[in-house]
Design a protein around this ligand. Structure first.
Ligand SMILES: [Zn+2]
Length: 411
């Protein structure tokens, strides 16, 4: 029997019917609906003959034993954001089930093949993305902070996790799950417009962007909007506005897919009758190359100081969060290119702007690669998220071809 990609599409629609509503997917991690989705996956994979195990961080593992204990991992996440799309995360799991079926039918694989459903990739309820994968990768270092986190209803994170059998203090024990892993493959929707604009169904992901997030605060002087002459103002918003308009120029100069975003500005006092005294800007900068990311950051800092000087105001930078760029494995990139070529005729390499569980696994030193399938209109994290049926089917074939090549190359 051969692969049946149209079965994958039918199964994804079934999952959407069981765990979504008219507003989209509702599989937020650590909820009843999420458990229902995990049960759905369990039924599919156990029927293939794989054995289930839930680790200390809530990751759901399925193992199909091979001739060797060295393991090929296929990873995805079944959790969604509220009112999310029908493909984000679960596409890979459904496609991997199909790959497992094919592998199991052919007898004992040369390597053990494992499917992992990462717990709480999205961080939708508590604002902490990549929970399960960072625990398994051993990079989770924020337990003290996580203990204090609460959801919108005031429920503490440790209590919500305990309801699903996860003890936050033991989450890092999930690390042993990666002991025998020799490769990690993940298929995902692109969640952006690049492949569609190139008219390509599939792409090979070079790695995930490094991210620098800062709170940039400009400080001036509140003053009466009527009585303060234009040349005597110290307007904090003027500095923020100049910085915002400089960002496209900074990204253009650095190039290589650089992106800079001012995601929000809060002004105080924020009334129509006063010059702005403080403007707090949320700045997000991303690049696939660490040197260029650092260059972007220092360019933005220098520009902000220049604008502060011009406007007679002050500026102060505070780091919110950062992560280094995570390049994927060269050998797996080549195999992924071959697989995509075979299935779709041509391949294209692109970076990933969003983070994925794959980034955590790669950070732990496991050779990793991802495939992207085109997203219509580049939309994701909305019920409007969609991909053409024929492209979804090609993506299942590409993941299968990549899994075959990886097994053959590592056996
Ligand atoms: Zn995702």
């Amino acid at each position: 029997m051969s692969l049946s990609p149209d079965r994958t599409v039918a199964e994804l629609r079934q999952l959407q019917e069981r765990t979504g509503d008219e507003n989209g997917a509702q599989r937020v991690a650590w909820t009843e609906t999420w458990e229902r989705a995990r049960q759905w996956l369990r039924e599919k994979v156990v029927a293939v003959g794989a054995e289930e195990e839930i680790d200390e961080a809530g990751n759901q593992w399925f193992t199909l034993p091979g001739a060797s204990e060295r393991a090929l991992l296929l990873g995805g996440h079944i959790d969604s954001v509220p009112n999310g799309g029908w493909l984000d995360g679960c596409l890979n799991l459904a496609a991997a089930v199909e790959v497992l079926r094919r592998v199991a039918e052919e007898g004992t694989p040369p390597l053990t093949v494992r499917l992992v459903n990462g717990a709480d990739e999205e961080g939708a309820r508590f604002g902490r993305s990549l929970f399960g994968s960072s625990a398994a990768a051993g990079s989770m270092q924020d337990q003290d902070e996580l203990r204090e986190r609460r959801d919108a209803d005031g429920i503490a994170l440790p209590d919500a996790l305990a309801e699903h059998g996860v003890d936050l203090d033991r989450a890092l024990e999930a690390r042993t799950q990666l002991d025998n892993a020799v490769a990690y493959l993940e298929l995902h929707i692109e969640q952006g417009p690049v492949l569609e604009s190139l008219d390509l169904p599939l792409g090979v992901v070079l790695g995930t962007f490094g991210v620098e997030r800062h709170l940039v605060t400009f400080r001036g002087q509140a003053a009466h909007a009527g009585s303060t002459p234009m040349d005597q103002r110290r307007d904090a918003l003027a500095g923020a506005a100049k910085l915002e308009l400089e960002l496209p120029e900074i990204a253009r100069r650095v190039g290589g897919g650089a992106v800079c975003t001012m995601g929000g500005v809060v002004t105080k006092p924020g009334i129509v009758t006063s010059v702005v005294e403080t403007a707090q800007c949320l700045l997000d900068q991303r690049h696939l190359d660490a040197t260029w990311l650092a260059e972007m950051l220092s360019n933005a800092e220098a520009a902000s100081r220049r604008f502060a000087h011009e406007e007679s105001i002050e500026v102060e930078w505070e780091k919110i969060w950062s992560i280094e760029p995570i390049p994927f494995d060269d050998r797996l990139l080549d195999l992924a290119d071959e697989a995509v070529h075979e299935v779709a005729g041509s391949s294209h390499r692109l970076p990933s702007g969003p983070l994925h569980d794959a980034a955590e696994v790669a950070r732990a030193g496991i050779p990793t690669v991802m495939l992207f399938v085109q997203s219509l209109r580049g939309l994701s994290h909305t019920k409007l998220e969609d991909t053409r049926k024929e492209h979804l089917e090609l993506s299942v074939q590409a993941l299968d071809a990549l899994a075959s090549k990886t097994l053959a190359s590592l056996a």
